[in-house]
Design a protein around this ligand. Structure first.
Ligand SMILES: Cc1cc2nc3c(=O)[nH]c(=O)nc-3n(C[C@H](O)[C@H](O)[C@H](O)COP(=O)(O)OP(=O)(O)OC[C@H]3O[C@@H](n4cnc5c(N)ncnc54)[C@H](O)[C@@H]3O)c2cc1C
Length: 538
């Protein structure tokens, strides 16, 4: 609560799910479990959980390469707060829930929304839950491995002891693709895999980034005689001995500090093949599709949390004789941010529904193929200016580590880099358009359902159809994605948005009555109503 010295105080405990002005209805439309989300929203909105987030980032992981006697151990020490937040996520099933029901029954939508809520509080722990969830898709290519690892992965028990799989009540899985020579260009990788007489592969080489190195096993890419192949590399071998994986050092990162990211080296490291030799990229690609959805989701959760913090501050801070939220200029800034976050929430939840149903519905599969890179590109990039402007709403306090704002600000650029940096994602949009033309049709058809609601939107839809009818140009792929993203958001707004927010979106983002920074909506927009939606009330 605000004190007599005009300091608004902390936002305090609030229900992150029910406080969101658009998420509950969006989740309901896509078939998610509202009751579960209401209780989880309350749990993660407590001051205790948010304090875990702060502590886990303040007390960064430590690498111990050796024990006191000089033996190699390669273990990571995490602060208890990190274990607490990761344990909450695992017990909620964020790493496995999509496999607990059949596709289309709503578990994946629920899980994605759960993840969007908890990563508002702490993003770093999202990395292992995301990779674990995605990795199972790849492991299904190797039934004998899946038989052992799937039940352990689907377990909701958080067991962080480094032991052989049969000694564990639950496991987490990581992924190592990036090498020094190439992250985006994984074909430039040089790590090799050789099949030994015992039928096991042995790896030599390195990985330049391997996050969540405490995981029980990693999916990695390495060159086998028949080409780039996918392998499962366990930390501990079935006989209980440690596999020879060497962590060289942890990266000293701008943000995402609770999550360790290691440089690792293989030294005659035991590995089991996943899928066919030479088919490594197709084997791992479904995992990447899933983790890109998660990363886009984190972009939205950073925006939501930042704008909620800004809303709280300006609703309780006086300046020049009135609350900041009653000042027309601040109303415009906050309303403009809120418009962006609500559009982002509608996009990610619609995409979540498409991923939920894509195994049982052809339209959804085709739609998700194009919509996933569009969302990954747009939502992760937009979170940067949104978080920055929201930080400024909080004034000097927003620049100080006592608030969550510096942490949100440092997290924001990462989502646009990992799981494919912006240009790589833009190239994937072009690839989808040329190799999967049905994905373009599905995307355009879906947007066409909103024809006749707004002349500017209709004009955009015509332009986009004409654009796809001509050969695409690599150099202008970013322009195309921007138009796809904002047009898609416009159609979602007219279908499902609050009328005032939808009007503001269409006039600013579609008709172009907007400046180049936030706070430039036209005075004709209902700034009071929209800005009030940014203040969390649960
Ligand atoms: C905190 C963190 C954690 C990570 N964790 C993991 C992990 O657990 N596992 C893992 O495998 N990787 C991980 N990564 C690596 C990450 O996925 C890569 O950094 C990312 O894919 C980019 O690859 P790169 O760093 O090699 O950059 P590059 O591939 O060199 O790209 C540099 C720039 O060039 C652009 N570019 C690339 N190709 C083209 C092109 N053809 N045309 C135009 N522009 C292009 C890119 O968009 C980018 O902006 C992590 C990275 C970070 C920062």
């Amino acid at each position: 609560m605000a004190s007599s010295d005009n300091q608004p105080g902390p936002l305090g405990s609030y229900n992150l799910f029910t406080a969101d002005p658009v998420l509950p209805d969006a989740v309901r439309r896509e078939g998610g479990d509202i009751g579960l989300l209401e209780s989880f929203g309350e749990r993660v909105g407590t001051e205790e959980t948010r304090e875990w987030g702060r502590l886990a980032n303040k007390n960064v992981p430590i690498l111990h390469t050796h024990d006191p006697f000089g033996n190699r151990i390669d273990e990571i020490e995490y602060h208890p707060a990190y274990h607490s937040i990761l344990s909450l996520a695992v017990e909620a099933g964020i790493h496995c829930m999509r496999y607990e029901q059949s596709p289309g029954e709503g578990a994946y939508v629920t899980r994605n929304a759960l993840m969007g809520l908890i990563t508002q509080v702490e993003m770093g722990h999202g990395c292992p839950t995301s990779m674990t969830s995605g990795a199972l898709m790849a492991l299904k290519h190797q039934p004998e491995l899946s038989e052992i690892w799937e039940p352990l992965t689907i377990s909701r028990s958080y067991d962080h002891q480094l032991r052989a799989p049969d000694q564990k009540s639950g496991v987490l899985l990581g992924m190592g693709m990036t090498e020094k020579q190439g992250g985006s260009d994984v074909r430039a990788n040089t790590s090799t895999a050789t099949l030994g007489a015992d039928g096991e592969y042995r790896l030599e080489g390195h990985k330049w980034f391997t996050s969540a190195p405490m995981c029980d096993a990693f999916l990695v890419l390495a060159y086998a005689p028949k080409g780039m192949s996918c392998f499962l590399v366990p930390r501990v071998l079935p006989d209980g001995t440690r596999n020879s994986l060497r962590f060289m050092r942890l990266k000293d990162k701008l943000g995402n500090r609770s999550n360790a990211s290691a440089e690792l080296e293989f030294d005659n490291t035991a590995a089991w093949i996943v899928g066919e030799e030479g088919r490594g990229i197709p084997t791992i690609i479904e995992m990447v599709h899933a983790t890109r959805l998660d990363v886009a989701n984190w972009g939205v959760s950073l925006m939501r949390q930042a704008v909620s913090q800004a809303g709280w501050h300006v609703a309780h801070r006086d300046a020049f004789g009135a609350k900041l939220i009653d000042k027309p200029l601040m109303q415009n800034v906050l309303a403009d941010l809120e418009v962006e976050v609500e559009a982002a929430t509608l996009m990610i939840t619609r995409l979540s529904g498409a991923h939920e149903r894509m195994e049982v519905d052809e339209h959804e599969r085709a739609f998700a193929r194009l919509a996933t890179p569009v969302a990954k590109y747009w939502l992760t990039k937009q979170s940067n200016p949104v978080v920055r402007e929201a930080l400024e709403c909080v004034g000097g306090n927003g620049y100080v580590e006592d608030s969550i704002m510096p942490r949100l600000y440092r997290e924001a650029p990462l989502n646009a880099i990992w799981e494919g940096a912006g240009n790589v994602i833009a190239l994937d949009v072009e690839r989808a358009a040329s190799r999967n033309p049905e994905s373009v049709e599905a995307f355009l058809d879906e947007m066409d359902r909103s024809r006749g609601r707004d002349p500017g939107l209709d004009e955009r839809l015509d332009d986009l159809r004409a654009h796809f009818a001509a050969p695409l140009s690599e150099a202008t792929a970013r322009r195309l994605i921007e138009r796809l993203a904002t047009t898609w958001a416009g159609t979602l707004m007219v279908e499902h948005g609050d009328p005032a927010v939808s009007d503001a979106y269409l006039s600013s983002r579609i008709a172009g009555d907007h400046g180049s920074l936030f706070g430039t909506l036209s005075a004709g927009c209902d700034l009071v109503h929209i800005s009030e939606r940014a203040v969390p009330v649960s």
